[in-house]
Design a protein around this ligand. Structure first.
Ligand SMILES: *[C@@H]1O[C@H](CO)[C@@H](O)[C@H](O)[C@H]1NC(C)=O
Ligand SMILES: *[C@@H]1O[C@H](CO)[C@@H](O)[C@H](O)[C@H]1NC(C)=O
Ligand SMILES: *[C@@H]1O[C@H](CO)[C@@H](O)[C@H](O)[C@H]1NC(C)=O
Ligand SMILES: *[C@@H]1O[C@H](CO)[C@@H](O)[C@H](O)[C@H]1NC(C)=O
Length: 509
């Protein structure tokens, strides 16, 4: 407890010292415990400090090496209280995670409640309280993840400086409306529905239901329950998509795609024993299998693990399996276990023929960049739609985990390895993905500088963002038109009746 107070005092002191140095100072905040969120946010912050900005970041995630060793980066730890929801989420129990995410499409209620708890905790931290009550150091801009609740908008609102929201997934549901971009559930997929573009009637209906449910629950949790958060002061949004992978959607000049920004980091070298496995593989090559950082693979149900083991044992390829234990009962001969793999470096190796993945955003961009086909076994959140994107591009096939049997798994792996179209499409998409006018890092640095130079001038915010819903749906105009028509109808009726009575002799009636 005491050391916590001292740590905080040092942080406050170092922040106030830094405010004496001239230059652009950016306050960053990543309040989400998911490691994949930090993977994107830290890449954004690395780009900013590399460009000469000073960054103070409030988060529970330990800084990356490039941030920790940079003199202009200050880390403010928000995990000092041992609240389980505020610890970085890694290597969790599969059954627990599945329970949390069981009603994926309709989970916006629990998400917003939890995020309001995060906000409350955050705004109680002395460092943030100082900033909020105006006695803290000054900043030139705020860079943060917005979460699904409006509560986080308090921070930039009090500071009154430009704000950049970083979205580490595809567009979150409320973002298009808040940025003034058109959003239509009839043909644009929402984040929590499992496809990026609904096409059949049933898919469009499901998408619209998820959309309406999300909008209503968010409204109720943020406004209906007596919370009064400030409106979003959107200056800009950086979203982790790229149109070569995610179907494009209309967006204004206040939204920029930074898909794959974490690929800007240099490759982590592969250790010698794995290099040997990759270099010395037989002509059939290597398969890489991982479910990412959130779930601990050894907590998967036994029948699922057995299915993988039996099917892998029948393959001529070597399988590199990210697995948390050194020992696996009945491990097939051709399986190599690794507690941690330098995934991106491995995927670039020419002998890798297939990537088996849950479809986390970072892994998707790494495999797209490497041009390797994918077997997707999506679990929750944005994963089903991330994998569906690859299926639509012809670089992947997908199996639901509850449909995983020896037959489905071996037939699907067989098709992916033997049908040349998957790897040809993967190479084609990789070249589309890499072809850009500037790297995502350069784009981040350019647009943050632009905001600090010009503020919100320059019409980057479409006027549609501030339109009321009556004017958006033209309700006022429809009402005026309807009223005019009713008046005309009434007047002409009265006039006609008058003339009828006057000019037609009463004996005709
Ligand atoms: C740190 O920030 C200061 C002031 O903004 C700047 O002058 C300096 O070049 C930065 N240092 C590095 C290593 O980028
Ligand atoms: C702001 O909050 C801090 C920490 O809670 C407190 O020490 C300080 O006096 C407050 N300042 C103002 C102006 O209220
Ligand atoms: C990442 O991007 C920044 C800014 O564009 C650049 O300075 C840096 O060299 C890049 N790093 C790598 C490893 O490409
Ligand atoms: C399960 O897999 C089989 C064979 O690939 C497929 O025909 C079927 O549609 C799948 N079922 C579900 C619910 O995905």
């Amino acid at each position: 407890m005491c050391s916590g107070v001292i740590r905080l005092a040092i942080v406050v002191w170092s922040i106030s010292c830094m405010s004496m140095i001239a230059g652009h100072r950016i306050l960053a905040c990543e309040p989400c415990p998911g490691h994949s969120h930090w993977n994107v946010m830290s890449a954004v912050l690395e780009s900013l400090v590399a460009a000469g900005h000073e960054v103070v970041c409030v988060t529970m995630h330990p800084p990356t090496d490039r941030l920790a060793t940079h003199p202009n980066y200050t880390h403010v730890d928000m995990s000092s209280l041992t609240i389980s929801t505020l610890q970085p989420a890694r290597d969790m129990d599969y059954a627990h995670v599945v329970k949390v995410f069981q009603s994926n499409a309709f989970m916006v209620g629990p998400i917003t409640t939890r995020e309001q708890f995060l906000c409350k905790y955050l705004f109680d931290m002395p460092v943030i309280r100082d900033i909020l009550n105006g006695s803290g150091p000054a900043f030139d801009a705020v860079v943060m993840e917005s979460l699904h609740s409006k509560c986080m908008s308090t921070l930039p609102d009090r500071l009154g400086v430009p704000v950049v929201y970083v979205v580490p997934s595809p567009m979150v549901n409320w973002m298009p409306v808040a940025t003034g971009a058109p959003d239509h559930p009839s043909y644009l997929g929402t984040l929590l529905a499992d496809r990026p573009t609904p096409t059949t009637f049933n898919q469009r209906l499901a998408n619209a239901l998820v959309y309406v449910h999300t909008a209503l629950v968010r409204w109720y949790n943020d406004k209906g329950r007596d919370h009064r958060w400030p409106e979003y002061r959107h200056s800009m949004v950086f979203v982790n998509t790229h149109h070569s992978v995610e179907p494009s959607r209309p967006m204004g000049p206040n939204v920029h795609e930074i898909g794959g920004i974490h690929l800007n980091r240099s490759l982590v070298p592969i250790l010698q024993d794995l290099t040997d496995v990759l270099d010395k593989s037989n002509k059939f090559g290597v398969i890489v299998f991982t479910f990412g950082s959130l779930i601990s693979m050894n907590t998967l149900p036994d029948d699922v693990l057995d299915t993988f083991k039996i099917v892998f044992s029948q393959l001529p390829q070597t399988v590199i399996w990210k697995y948390e234990n050194d020992y696996m009962p009945d491990k097939p001969e051709n399986v190599v276990l690794c507690k941690w793999i330098p995934q991106r470096a491995i995927l670039q190796h020419p002998n890798v023929k297939l990537f088996i993945s849950h479809g986390g955003m970072s892994g998707v961009y790494e495999v797209v960049d490497a041009g390797v086909p994918v077997l997707g076994i999506p679990l929750f959140y944005d994963q089903p739609r991330n994998i569906q994107n690859l299926v639509d591009l012809g670089t992947a096939l997908s199996i639901k985990i509850n449909n995983l049997t020896h037959t489905t798994l071996s037939i699907t792996i067989d098709r992916l390895l033997n049908d040349k179209s998957f790897s040809e499409n993967a190479k084609r998409v990789a070249s589309l993905f890499r072809d850009r006018p500037m790297t995502p890092s350069e784009s981040v640095v350019y647009w943050v500088d632009y905001l600090i130079r010009h503020g919100t001038e320059g019409n980057i915010r479409p006027s549609s963002a501030d339109a009321s819903w009556t004017s958006h749906f033209m309700l006022d105009m429809c009402a005026a038109l309807l009223m005019t028509m009713m008046i005309l109808w009434f007047v002409s009726r009265v006039v006609l009746q008058f003339m009828f009575n006057k000019f037609i002799p009463s004996n005709v009636k």
